[in-house]
Write a protein of this length. Structure first.
Length: 210
């Protein structure tokens, strides 16, 4: 029982953290806040984490009601979500920011200094379709118990705190890692995410066929 709980926690937190990918967001943050003061960058980071957390947790909690209204089965959503996650993972393996998370138009629209904390860093860079989909699947899966839901919720809070710390210390972090180091970490997380995406698709299809 304990081993199963730990495995579920590691799987859920690992998947959500991989797709949120705060380390991969560091170069974009530094570019968009290049001429910001330390205080302004700190406000941007705080705003981006609050927006990302609100988006992920909000959709995670109302996801089951959306399924009910649209007559969508969680297994169908797992298959669709797995395909989406594989697209995000493939882009991460190629060292690119997935176009499901950030578009060129959204990069160009970030003119207001602190607005970049909302778009594009908060969403869709941190809280994009991939992270929202992953949270919904883990939280609303038919095999998920109330205790498992609590674990997912706590895991997301932990991820948001860790993401804040990574972005908060992004300047020294990026200096040490460099672009090559951050791309390497993104690719490793992309490989992890691709494996989880395959698991989503296979388990979803098995449930549908049964």
């Amino acid at each position: 029982m304990i081993a199963t709980t730990i495995l579920f926690f590691v799987s859920a937190v690992g998947a959500i953290f991989a797709v949120v990918n705060p380390i991969g967001a560091v170069p974009t943050l530094l570019v968009l806040t290049e001429n910001f003061t330390t205080k302004e960058r700190s406000r941007v980071i705080t705003k981006s984490i609050l927006v990302a957390g609100g988006m992920i947790i909000g959709f995670m909690l109302i996801g089951v009601y959306i399924f009910s209204v649209l007559s969508i089965n969680i297994s169908d959503f797992k298959v669709a979500g797995g395909i989406l996650l594989f697209k995000v993972a493939f882009d991460m393996l190629q060292g690119r920011t997935s176009n499901t998370k950030l578009t060129e138009q959204e990069k160009e629209d970030t003119i207001e200094r602190e607005a970049v904390g909302i778009v594009p860093i908060g969403t869709p860079l941190l809280a994009g379709p991939g992270s929202i989909t992953t949270a919904i699947i883990y939280f609303n899966d038919m095999s998920t118990t109330p205790f498992d839901k609590l674990i997912v919720f706590a895991g997301i809070i932990a991820i948001l705190i860790f993401s804040y710390l990574i972005l908060r210390f992004s300047v020294p972090l990026f200096t040490r890692l460099g672009r090559t180091g951050s791309l390497l970490i993104s690719r490793i997380m992309g490989l992890l995410l691709a494996s989880i995406a395959v698991e989503f698709v296979t388990t979803g299809l098995l449930t549908i066929f049964r």
